[in-house]
Design a protein around this ligand. Structure first.
Ligand code: S3P
Length: 204
């Protein structure tokens, strides 16, 4: 039975969960608009998340995340308006996909966003929150070669760092409306699973 009211989709989860890729696929396959909130912040600041952490500090980054979220919540029926307050929305990027005929958005969040400042409750007001869950081993395998991971340490990290950070954060992630376990699945299979799920939910 289709969901009574179509809503935005908010993707949450640890680094390496596949939030951005799934968001892009929702735009491609289901015609959602798509925005990656790390992209919004990096574009607004003109630097990478790592540089923001280094130059302005994590607190600045977390406050900015919350500011954006509150703005999106106020404009949840016109998220493009909200994005336009922070960045040039004519920018060409695979992290901002605009499908003018559709009013629904897929939003991918940074891995820490649901954890701070009561953000998880705001995210749930913006749309249907989907937690892309995976075990620390899978997550570590997906992110181990990436250097741009300031919360895990600039000088490198191991699986046990992923495991303890995940343990700290899981209680926030699990407040999601829906949890999809993605361990062992390829990104395209995750997107396919969500695709089927959304088709059933919305009848689209
Ligand atoms: C963070 C995750 C990153 C980014 C920042 C902080 C975190 O986003 O927001 O480095 O605290 O887990 P991704 O989960 O998209 O990598």
């Amino acid at each position: 039975m289709p969901y009574a009211m179509e809503t935005n989709i908010v993707l949450i989860g640890f680094m390496g969960a596949g939030k951005t890729e799934v968001g892009r696929l929702l735009a491609k396959n289901k015609g959602f608009n798509f925005i990656d909130l790390d992209f919004l912040i990096e574009t607004h600041e003109g630097m990478t998340v790592s540089e923001i952490f280094r130059q302005k500090g994590e607190i600045y980054f977390r406050e900015f995340e919350s500011k954006i979220l509150k703005d999106i919540e106020k404009n949840k029926h016109n998220i493009l308006n909200s994005a336009a307050r922070f960045i040039d929305i004519t920018l060409k990027s695979e992290n901002l996909i605009i499908n003018p005929k559709n009013k629904l958005w897929a939003i991918s969040t940074g891995g820490g966003m649901p954890v701070f400042n009561g953000n998880i409750n705001i995210l749930k007001k913006i749309g249907l929150v989907i937690y892309l869950e995976a075990d620390s081993k899978t997550l570590y395998r997906r992110i181990k070669t990436e250097k741009n991971r300031p919360v895990l340490g600039e000088r490198g990290f191991g699986e046990k760092d992923v495991k303890s950070k995940l343990f700290e954060r899981e209680k926030f992630y699990k407040k999601a409306d829906i949890i999809i376990y993605t361990g062992g699945l390829s990104l395209s299979s995750i997107a396919e699973e969500i695709d089927i799920f959304i088709s059933n939910l919305y009848g689209i």
